[in-house]
Design a protein around this ligand. Structure first.
Ligand SMILES: *Cc1c(COP(=O)(O)O)cnc(C)c1O
Length: 409
């Protein structure tokens, strides 16, 4: 049984009514199903069982401490992209030897901390970064194990704003430059190339680009006769935001990775984010006002683009579902919008939606990934609460941000 579903006319998350949580918690508010997150993680691990990979949850997709802790307990590592995420992962009980650090612009300070904490892998994204790591390591007489992030110039066929593996993207270094730079790396005595990493984008819905990545990697490893401890294949696995989306065939991909890794005898790392938490969260919002426009009705929610940025940032489409269903309809077109003073602060248009009234709750679906973690204080609005549900219990895993603190500067 899905963890977020209707029980007769009422939207439920696990064993609790969303309407009741909304009334108690105050809207807008993020609610997550802890068991959905766990099930997603376990399913992912089982799909790749033969490979026994290290699964490093991409903390930027949802960096709530309680969620990191919950995944950590199941054995997940973390993929972090800042020292803030690194320290959060450690605080959540994830061991340093399960943490990988990605990002094109890591500062010297961040690299120092990562080296001091002895994390598993720093995925280096430029020649200059490798030299800085070497310099830091030399000062403390260490040899630091690094990975190199490659840009394989492969089109992930995803939204252009979330593609990262094409030559015109800033991420990683090109294969050609890697061949050249490989000789230089050998001269840096305080780093050791132990891994290669790739992450070609997000919300990828076919295994075709992943397959191409494996081909590129195999060839490179063979040509340079590399002896690696890890290969980090990144994340990016897409989820079904709408009924039209076909799920990616991870079983088939798993078989490909299995034959790829068998030959190389190294540990595979994955960095899934969205596919672990995406479908486990909803954003509950109250209808503040309904007003007539020239040719549609505006349904003005209390949630804004600062609370949930994906539609404004990536033109992302998220279903907006009623918290209490009715068979009555309203005629014409409605558009759900938020209160922020930006035209892009809108969440979706519908025709013949069910009858809704001011003060009703609606839920924006599939917001567990890149929802709360992407939110901001724009328009001097406090960060909204987050609630975690487990069976018939719920707890605040982030309280609403204090308005007095927010206005202090
Ligand atoms: C964002 C990111 C991920 C996670 O991507 P998802 O699409 O959420 O799975 C993994 N690795 C790196 C390097 C990233 O930047």
């Amino acid at each position: 049984m899905p963890n977020i579903r209707y029980v007769s006319k009422n939207l439920f998350i696990e064993k609790l009514s969303v309407s009741n949580i909304g009334k108690k918690g105050g809207t807008p508010l993020y609610i997550y199903s802890e068991n959905q997150i766990k099930e997603n993680y376990i399913k992912f691990v089982n799909t790749f069982k033969k490979i026994k990979p290290l699964v490093c949850f991409a903390a930027k997709s949802n960096s709530n401490l309680s969620i990191l802790r919950s995944l950590g307990k199941l054995g997940a590592g973390a993929d972090v992209v800042s020292v803030g995420e690194l320290l959060k992962a450690l605080k959540a009980g994830i061991k340093a030897n399960k943490i990988v650090f990605s990002g094109v612009g890591k500062t010297e300070e961040e690299l120092k901390i990562a080296i001091n904490k002895k994390i598993l892998l720093i995925n280096c994204e430029s020649e200059s970064e490798a030299k800085i790591i070497n310099k830091i390591a030399k000062k403390s007489n260490k040899k630091v194990s690094i990975g190199f992030r490659l840009n394989p110039d492969i089109d992930a066929k995803t939204h252009k704003k979330i593609s990262t593996g094409k030559a015109n993207n800033k991420f990683g270094i090109s294969i050609k430059n890697f061949y050249f730079f490989f000789k230089e790396i050998k001269k840096l005595k305080n780093i050791k190339l132990d891994a290669l990493s790739v992450h070609i984008g997000s919300q990828i819905l076919t295994d075709v680009p992943y397959k191409k990545v494996l081909t590129v990697l195999s060839k490179l490893i063979k040509n340079l006769d590399l002896n690696l401890k890890h290969i980090d294949l990144g994340g990016g696995f897409g989820i079904n935001y709408s009924k039209k989306d076909k799920p990616i065939n991870l079983k088939r991909y798993s078989n490909l990775v299995h034959s790829f890794s068998k030959k190389l005898n190294c540990k595979i790392i994955f960095e899934p984010g969205r596919s672990i938490v995406g479908n486990a969260g909803i954003l509950v919002s109250k209808i503040q006002y309904i007003k007539n426009g020239a040719n549609k009705k505006f349904v003005i929610l209390d949630a804004g683009m600062n609370d949930f940025m994906r539609p404004a940032l990536y033109d992302a489409q998220h279903d907006i579902i009623p918290v209490i269903k009715t068979t009555k309809k309203i005629k014409g077109i409605i558009e759900f919008v938020g209160p922020i003073c930006e035209s892009t602060c809108k969440f979706g248009k519908y025709k013949n939606y069910q009858k809704i009234s001011e003060n009703d709750f609606v839920a924006i679906a599939n917001v567990g990934a890149y929802g709360a973690s992407l939110s901001s204080n724009y328009n001097t609005r406090p960060l909204i609460p987050e609630i975690l549900v487990n069976k018939n219990k719920f707890k605040f895993i982030r309280k609403k941000q204090n308005l007095l603190k927010l206005i202090s500067a």
